[in-house]
Design a protein around this ligand. Structure first.
Ligand code: SAH
Length: 508
């Protein structure tokens, strides 16, 4: 590599403990602009999503059973990239300077004369307890907190940790990497005078939707943790503050906590539903079954847009349809005024909202988002001999155009997009196997999901459908529908799922 005129900067960035929302603003900014990202294993899966498409991403952490990249090699890699003028993000779990070897890397960079910046992260020792409802300090219980590595064998002579002093420490003990040696550590602390009855807890995979907390007295903690089969990464916490959890645990009390829910909507639309479910505590697996392919460059679309002023009724049958209709208008140099003379009908509240965003308040919006309901709502609109436009997906049902034709309207049906099958991500397919719920928001998601996963349909999951048409498609695909939404929009689907979950206890 030839040295650049000016070396790039290396950023030692903390990615937080697992919840992607706990990355700092600065960290996310740097990930988005980096040329090279060298990351560890314990970073949130979503942390790299914002990276540039052409960024070089390299995993440099340990892999169980495989030769690990040695620390000097990681440092050499950073120096080489920086000397070539690249901006390098070294992304580590939690905080880079808390048991993260970040300091060694900073020292290496300082020695090599490479400019660097340290971006602290939210450390697991504070965040995992917080998500379990345990404050590491409290005015009444703990005026000090100690962060300790539990990596070392406490019975070994010459251990760097003074366990006798720690046993006397007047405050909360937070142990990183302490699960494997928990029995020895607890025995050592009690032998040195720590109270056997002191409240204690272990938080496994804290801040993630699969967080688990085991809470017991210090003496009983190792057995409780063994019974629960807790595995790393986990934080061990010893201190009176652990009892506060009984009142202020919050994540684990969310209504969908402990439930894995599959979202099969197209990725472009899934984020709202996925975010709502995640905010309710669900472990959301995004497994988009379909993708929207716009089809705006067709004679039908061109003709309809050319004649847009002549329609007395314009029906829009999905939020995608609303968005693409306006895109087609814009491409023809038109805007919302093109719909000024028409009665505008939206199939439901979501579509009406998409139209409203573009300056059109729909005249007709049925409460239930199905073709039949729209037909009913249009009963009072005189369509005899009038030109009507139905803007929709290529593979939509014909209920609406047929009903309008029966009432004498001159109907043009225009397909603005097709829904095509999305390639399933094998990691998501695997995660979906142990899901509690699979949600379907349209018949095309059902058909494409079943076609995509084949015999890997999660058989124990309860199927949640947005409405009767989707349910019918599910039954035709051989699925048993457990829950059908009363309101046929994503919020209605979430309400129905919540009701169902409330009647069923979490197993496992
Ligand atoms: N630099 C990191 C710590 C790295 S050491 C930080 O500041 O958080 C790795 C240890 O961190 C694990 O063994 C575990 O004890 C803890 N840890 C990391 N992520 C965790 C999580 N999501 N939940 C609980 N403990 C976690």
């Amino acid at each position: 590599m030839t040295p650049a005129a000016r070396p790039g900067v290396v950023y030692l960035v903390g990615a937080g403990p697992g919840d992607p929302g706990l990355m700092t603003v600065r960290g996310a900014e740097l990930v988005a602009s980096a040329d090279v990202i060298l990351h560890d294993r314990l970073i949130p899966a979503e942390a790299l999503r914002g990276a540039r498409e052409d960024a070089e991403l390299a995993y440099v952490g340990k892999r169980p059973g495989e030769a690990e990249i040695e620390q000097p090699d990681i440092e050499r890699l950073m120096v080489e990239h920086a000397r070539a003028g690249r901006s390098v993000v070294r992304l580590k779990g939690g905080d880079p300077f808390v048991f993260g070897r970040g300091a060694e890397e900073a020292e290496g960079l300082a020695e090599a004369g490479i400019p660097f910046e340290v971006v602290p992260g939210v450390t697991a020792g504070v965040a995992a307890p917080a998500y379990a409802g345990i404050p590491v300090t409290h005015r009444d219980d703990a005026s000090a907190v100690a962060f300790v590595t539990g990596h070392e064998d406490p019975s070994k002579d010459g251990s760097a940790i003074d366990w006798d002093s720690l046993a006397r420490f007047p405050g909360t003990l937070v142990l990183y990497m302490g699960v494997r040696r928990l029995g020895e550590i607890v025995a050592r602390l009690i032998a040195a005078g720590r109270r056997a009855e002191e409240p204690a807890a272990v938080v496994e995979r804290g801040t993630t939707p699969v967080q688990r907390t085991v809470h017991a007295s210090l003496a009983e903690l190792p057995d409780a943790v063994a019974r629960a089969k807790v595995k790393p990464p986990a934080i061990v916490l010893v201190g009176a503050v652990a009892a506060r959890r009984e009142t202020i645990a919050w994540l684990e009390r969310r209504p969908l906590f402990g439930r894995r829910v599959v979202v099969t909507r197209a990725r472009a639309q899934a984020s709202g539903l996925a975010a709502t479910l995640a905010a309710l505590g669900a472990d959301v697996v995004e497994l988009p079954a379909i993708r929207i392919e716009p089809r705006l460059d067709t004679p039908q679309v061109r003709d309809a847009v050319g004649a847009i002023h002549s329609y007395s009724l314009i029906c829009v049958t999905s939020p995608n349809g609303a968005c693409l209709l306006f895109q087609a208008l814009a491409e023809a140099g038109l805007d919302a005024r093109a719909l000024a003379n028409a009665t505008v009908a939206a199939i439901g509240p979501g579509t009406a909202a998409a139209l409203a965003n573009r300056g059109i308040r729909a005249d007709v919006v049925p409460e239930r988002s199905v073709g039949e309901a729209l037909v009913e709502s249009l009963a009072a609109v005189d369509v005899m001999d009038r030109p009507a436009l139905v803007a929709r997906a290529a593979e939509a049902r014909d209920v609406l155009p047929e009903a309008l034709r029966d009432r004498g309207a001159k109907v043009d049906v225009v397909a603005l997009y097709e829904t095509v099958a999305e390639q399933p991500d094998p990691v998501a397919v695997e995660a979906a196997q142990s899901s509690d719920y699979v949600t379907f928001t349209s018949s095309s998601t059902v058909r494409n999901f079943v076609a995509a996963v084949g015999d890997r349909v999660p058989h124990d999951a309860r199927i949640v459908s947005i409405g009767p048409v989707t349910s019918q498609a599910a039954r035709e695909a051989g699925l048993e529908v457990a829950v059908e939404a009363e309101r046929h929009d994503p919020d209605g689907l979430v309400d129905a799922l919540l009701q169902d979950a409330a009647t069923r206890t979490v197993v496992g």
